[in-house]
Design a protein around this ligand. Structure first.
Ligand code: FAD
Length: 381
């Protein structure tokens, strides 16, 4: 049986690893459009961008690992079409036949027209090359305008400040990260950035004129899942590639499961069996753990993916971890000190904990996970 993985990112690389670790000995082809073997992106906006961590630390494996484990890694090759009846992927390097296929094509930054129209050089951050360009630009100390105070925008703002650049952040919401964290905890991030000298402009849409004074605009306005290949194969697509609990794709016309084609990571819009609804998660942890379950299911397994979303960030001296899935309207209970930025926060819906996070409290992780799993609010202390 031949397994083909499209997308040599974190999810694709992890799936190939897991197949070999589980003892699968058949052919595995891993196709990647980028020139690099699979790597982790979080360092691109943190340690690597800051110049603290070497690039080598970001790779899932050194390139030699793939040949040593008989994984045929084809880099710089893009899959352009999919025929799910014939079991063929068309690529820029020729056709590839599969018995089982894993789609792990990830996501790409949404373009920001107003920035591109502003006449100021505009950057996005997704790849090693993007991070290298930003690092170089920050080195010149020019004025940086960041559009979007989401995770990537805020991490980029922190890195630019630490490099000594004047930074303005534009965000349409009233607070950074408001939709994810709600007002109480989002305020912590607003205060953090202002204390570090960021000019945070909230609650209004950015105009080309606002950006005109910057030397560089960095647009961090979200990503779009790369679904073109799935669509070309007649798979159901709606904010990502629809997959069932076991990560199998769905035929768009018949509405039935396509047992031989799975999808994971940033592209997968997953029917989460515990949450009871679809979610598409753009996190490191999901890419890894969905890929592990998919590797099992590609070779005949029938495992559901039921982990709660998990996320982390580092900005200046604030490190945090978040587990679960809450909304801005959920009630939040805080244990610890928001002012000192050492706390645990729990989001409650109908009296049950649905998400939890800590800031700078690294012993908290087990308590957070237990609270989200049980729904019970722990006592402070
Ligand atoms: P990707 O990593 O996007 O990999 C997909 C790969 O598929 C790419 O290499 C792409 O070129 C390739 N590809 C796409 N289409 C084709 C095709 N047709 N043919 C061949 N190859 C193709 N998450 C966290 O939880 N915490 C963090 O702190 C964090 N920080 C981040 C910082 C940055 C700068 C970025 C960009 C992301 C960050 N993330 C973070 C998100 C995390 O990196 C992603 O969720 C994760 O990379 C998703 O993995 P993936 O394999 O699904 O997709």
């Amino acid at each position: 049986m031949s397994i083909v993985i499209v997308g040599a990112g974190l999810a694709g690389g992890t799936a190939a690893t897991e197949l070999r670790e589980r003892g699968y000995e058949g052919p595995v082809v891993l196709l990647g459009a980028e020139p690099h073997p699979p790597y982790e992106r979080p360092p691109l906006s943190k340690g690597y961008l800051l110049g603290n961590d070497p690039l080598d630390d970001a790779f899932v494996h050194p390139q030699a690992w793939y040949a040593e484990h008989d994984v045929e890694l084809r880099l710089g090759v893009e899959a352009t079409a999919l025929d799910t009846d014939a079991h063929v992927v068309t690529t820029t390097g020729g056709d590839v036949r599969y018995d089982a296929l894993l789609l792990a094509t990830g996501a790409e930054p949404r373009r920001l027209a107003v920035a591109e129209e502003s006449g100021v050089p505009t950057a996005y951050l997704r790849t090693i090359e993007d991070s290298d360009r930003l690092k170089e630009a920050f080195g010149s100390g020019g004025r940086v305008a960041v559009v979007g105070a989401g995770w990537i925008g805020l991490e980029v703002a922190a890195a630019a400040r630490e490099a000594g650049c004047p930074v303005t952040v534009f965000e349409t919401a009233e607070l950074p990260l408001l939709r994810v964290l709600g007002p109480t905890v989002a305020q912590v991030f607003a205060d953090l950035h202002r204390e570090h000298g960021v000019d945070l402009r909230l609650g209004a849409s950015v105009s080309a004129q606002d950006l005109a004074e910057a030397d560089l605009v960095v647009a961090g306005v979200g990503v779009a899942p790369r679904v073109e290949l799935a669509r070309s194969g007649g798979l159901a697509v709606d904010d990502g590639v629809l997959v069932d609990a076991a990560l199998r794709t769905v035929d768009a016309q018949r509405g039935t499961s396509v047992a031989s084609v799975l999808a994971v990571g940033d592209i997968a819009n997953h029917a989460h069996p515990v949450l009871g609804r679809r979610i598409r998660v753009e996190h490191w942890d999901t890419a890894i753990n969905q890929a592990k379950v998919a590797a099992h299911n590609l070779v005949g397994g029938e495992q559901s993916y039921d982990a709660m979303p998990y996320f982390f960030t580092d900005q200046y001296d604030l490190g945090m971890e978040y587990v679960g899935h809450a909304g801005a309207d959920d009630e939040v209970v805080v244990h610890g000190s928001l002012g000192d930025r050492v706390f645990r926060a729990f989001w409650l819906r109908e009296g049950r904990v649905v998400a939890a996070m800590h800031a700078n409290d690294w012993d908290a992780t087990d308590e957070l996970r237990a609270a989200v799993d049980s729904g019970d609010l722990p006592s402070p202390g």
